[in-house]
Design a protein around this ligand. Structure first.
Ligand code: ATP
Length: 589
């Protein structure tokens, strides 16, 4: 398949600000794609080379790209740099240079060879790898036309900026191969179990829906995490869970999914990145504690080994480095509190109810100082939940996760549902919880901040329509350092128009591809005539906005934009907050 077909598609997507058009273009693209390479087309369209968990990255910065261009065009690097500055985008600069120099490509590019080339670039590591990467890239540039160069450059420097999300891909795949989006759920379930959208696409294109239904969990391939809903009172939680639940401590650390097969270990973060290198010590502790092959989930926290006391979340951030050394291990010692098991010695446990999974954990885990199960208590009284909650807070936890004990309480991979309900300390204030919102736009600053942005437009996620809906405009809580960091992170994701997956009444000065999630707090959620979150769902011609928003300082790099707080959660929080306000007012009377 000619690479040109893909770049024509990129160019169409880049111009549209309508999601339906985005889907239609994708459907057309999938229909034109030979079945055997549909996975490659999926990865390339999302700007990737393989699923995130493989950890494969190009590691090919703008400098290397410019050096490669310079070799091909036989002009000095500084001239190319000048052009990039002038047009503000490497891809566009490359395209213009190819045109003005009337570059004649040698032959033509195929999707297969572009993918192969990119894959080899990503795999090249160690001594001499830079030169090898440049050599492979120039061999692609040599065969490229002007339009293709633009996207080769953007892809390799990880700035494709099309923002095609996984849900959009799944919907388009369903339409392309079965004529309607009704089968999206089956694809989604398979994706939730294997976290590899390219693989799902290839199986679907080759073996149809039956093939997709056959996709199973596998050690080494992360399972998309099950998530909790939130509720503001033990009474409501117990009612929702049928009068009884298993309440567990909610530790505030890092969620880690650990896979083991013999001596092989794979550790995945909440957003399914491979973080095995970050916890060599935890791996040793787990070897000691569980003598089986398994997939478990735990919360990793830094502890004081002498007292066993759990340290604040910020301490764990010191372990977020490329190379964890003895220094990190001794200075920031970690412990793992296990809360679920999904697989044991070849058996998939995800369809077993939670009480059974917990029992299995109790049987197979040998508790040590560094590996333990999260404290759990079966609770059927409001007072017991309150006292267990305060006990958890005393022990530096955020609160509780209350879990259904019913026979239906399976592990719902990739889903947020009421089988798990979180009950946190913050829920006792008027704004029930902090929000994790995606940055989708910016507004120019005034005074000292002139010339760069002074506030950001923030959005929640609506999985039903796969769109981002605005909730607030935030300009406080940022330090000068934050602004610098944000500019560095956001500017490469700048778009010329509103992204097709953004639903906004407000018009931002700069639009961004949704990719960065920030934790935002505020005074309260109120009805709003300008924000689109919950539009028409709690009041006609009104949405829900957050008043007096403030950045908490926490970058949620562990979340993708699609992991931002959902529209439905905000609607629930708005309702919950009204109840809390009424109870405050009653208490004051
Ligand atoms: P938050 O920002 O509140 O951590 P989240 O969106 O990351 O929320 P949720 O599913 O809403 O995830 O809340 C559950 C999170 O709490 C899990 O992702 C996990 O990291 C953490 N956690 C801590 N203790 C437990 C536990 N006992 N059971 C399940 N999750 C737990």
């Amino acid at each position: 398949m000619e690479y040109q077909i893909l770049t024509q598609f990129y160019s169409r997507i880049e111009k549209t600000s309508r999601r339906t058009e985005m889907i239609n273009s994708l459907v057309q693209l999938f229909r034109q794609t030979p079945k055997e390479i549909v996975d490659k087309v999926v990865y390339l369209s999302t700007g990737k080379i393989a699923p995130e968990y493989t950890g494969l990255e190009y590691n090919f910065g703008e400098k290397l790209a410019i050096r490669s261009l310079s070799r091909i065009l036989k002009i000095p690097s500084h001239e190319i740099e000048k052009k990039v500055k002038e047009v503000g985008d490497l891809g566009e600069a490359g395209r213009l240079l190819y045109e003005s120099l009337n570059f004649k490509p040698e032959g033509y590019l195929t999707v297969e060879e572009v993918y192969e080339g990119f894959l080899n670039i990503a795999k090249a590591v160690g001594i001499g790898s830079q030169e090898k990467k440049i050599r492979i890239f120039t061999s692609l540039l040599r065969k490229a036309r002007a339009q293709e160069v633009k996207y080769l450059l953007r892809t390799i420097t990880e700035r494709l900026r099309l923002g095609i999300g996984e849900n959009t891909i799944l919907e388009a795949l369903a339409i392309a191969f079965t004529g309607s989006s009704t089968n999206r759920d089956i694809l989604e379930r398979a994706y939730n179990l294997c976290s590899d959208i390219g693989y799902v696409a290839r199986v679907f294109a080759g073996k149809g829906l039956e093939g997709v239904k056959g996709i199973k969990i596998e050690v080494g391939r992360p399972i998309r995490p099950m998530l909790a809903e939130r509720m503001g009172s033990p009474v409501l939680i117990l009612r929702k869970l049928g009068g009884r639940c298993g309440a567990e401590y909610k530790y505030d650390g890092e969620r880690v999914q650990v896979h083991r097969k013999g001596d092989e270990f794979y550790l995945f973060s909440r957003r399914l990145e491979n973080i095995t290198h970050q916890y060599p010590d935890l791996i040793e502790f787990l070897k000691e504690a569980i003598d089986h092959d398994f997939i478990i989930e735990l919360e990793a926290v830094v502890i004081d080994p002498s007292s066993g006391e759990v340290k604040p979340f910020q301490e764990l951030m010191h372990r977020k480095v490329k190379y964890v050394t003895r220094y990190h291990i001794l200075k920031y010692p970690v412990a793992g509190f296990i809360f679920d098991i999904l697989y044991l010695d070849g058996e998939d446990l995800t369809l077993k109810p939670y009480p059974e999974r917990r029992k299995i954990l109790e049987r197979v885990v040998k508790r040590t100082e560094r590996v333990d199960l999260v404290p759990q208590r079966v609770i059927d009284k409001v007072e017991d939940m309150e006292s267990f909650f305060y006990q958890a807070i005393e022990e530096s936890c955020e609160g509780l996760v209350c879990k259904s004990l019913s026979s239906e309480s399976v592990y719902q991979a990739g889903k947020r549902g009421f089988l798990w309900i979180k009950y946190k300390r913050d829920y006792k204030s008027v704004l029930a919880d902090t929000l994790d919102l995606a940055v989708i736009g910016g507004f120019w600053g005034k005074g000292q901040r002139r010339g760069t942005f002074g506030s950001l437009l923030m959005a929640c996620y609506d999985p039903d329509t796969d769109t981002f809906k605005t909730v607030t405009k935030v300009g406080t809580g940022f330090t000068e350092d934050d602004f610098k960091k944000l500019e560095e992170m956001l500017m490469p994701r700048k778009l010329n128009h509103k992204h097709p997956r953004i639903d906004s009444i407000l018009s931002a000065d700069i639009w961004f591809e949704p990719f960065l999630v920030l934790e935002i707090t505020g005074a309260e959620l109120t009805l709003s005539p300008v924000h689109t979150c919950g539009w028409g769902k709690v009041a006609s011609s009104r949405g829900i906005g957050l008043r007096f928003p403030r950045f908490t300082g926490r970058y949620r790099l562990d979340k993708k934009p699609e992991d931002a707080t959902t529209e439905q959660e905000i609607i629930e929080m708005y309702k919950m907050q009204r109840k809390i306000k009424v109870s405050f007012q009653k208490a004051e009377l």
